[in-house]
Ligand binder design. Structure first.
Ligand SMILES: [Zn+2]
Length: 200
């Protein structure tokens, strides 16, 4: 094995740690980086470095931020009566893309998982309760992923927030838009049926 392939293997190995990227995709990416101009590769590595060096957690919502408060918390046009709880910061990007929600967020930084030793203390749970106690929220929307752990966490949060005099809702789950009932798994089908809404 020559030295060149050592470098290549290292990049492939590092890239393959990314979610959804297997060895083969990592290999294609690494070769693509080699083909692209130097500037691209240097900007890529620099931007990743800046990401780690410049970003920290927003002190209010625990989204990533380059300042004490993230851009969303600092934006006075956001509706301060709505609070949307998400599992991780990347969920915020997805919800923002929908342009359907104009309230504030709270990043839980995970979900309860007793099997992996993750309890409320490992999450931004106390911070959530403090925010709800101190804020004037009309509604807390639980937008956790529809997994077994996400569902259990949503139930736990709903129970915890019961006494706080705030309406708690859960985002709907079900058949994806453009999807077909033929390809729908049993759990999704059951959830779609449970979450049906009136039409008249
Ligand atoms: Zn924030």
């Amino acid at each position: 094995m020559n030295q060149g392939s050592d470098h290549l293997d290292r990049v492939i190995d590092l890239l393959s740690k990314m979610p959804g990227v297997g060895k083969k995709s990592a290999q294609r990416m690494a070769y693509r980086i080699l083909e692209l101009p130097n500037e691209y590769a240097f900007e890529l590595s620099e931007s990743i470095r800046a990401l780690k060096e410049k970003l920290r957690y927003c002190s209010r919502c625990f989204n990533f931020s380059s300042a004490e408060l993230c851009l969303l918390c600092a934006d006075t046009r956001r509706d301060p009566s709505l609070l949307c709880v998400v599992e991780d910061a990347s969920s915020i990007k997805n919800i923002e893309r929908s342009a359907r929600y104009l309230g504030l967020y709270h990043v839980l930084q995970g979900v309860l998982s007793p099997m992996h030793g993750i309890g409320p203390k490992e999450l931004r749970y106390d911070e959530l309760l403090d925010r709800v106690a101190q804020g004037s929220y009309d509604e807390v929307i639980l937008a956790l992923n529809p997994t077994v752990e996400g569902e259990a966490t949503a139930s736990f949060l709903a129970e915890s927030l019961k006494l706080r005099n705030v309406k708690v809702t859960r985002i709907a789950t079900g058949i994806p838009m453009g999807g077909s009932l033929d390809y729908c798994d049993d759990v999704t089908m059951a959830s779609a049926m449970d979450n049906r809404r009136p039409m008249n």
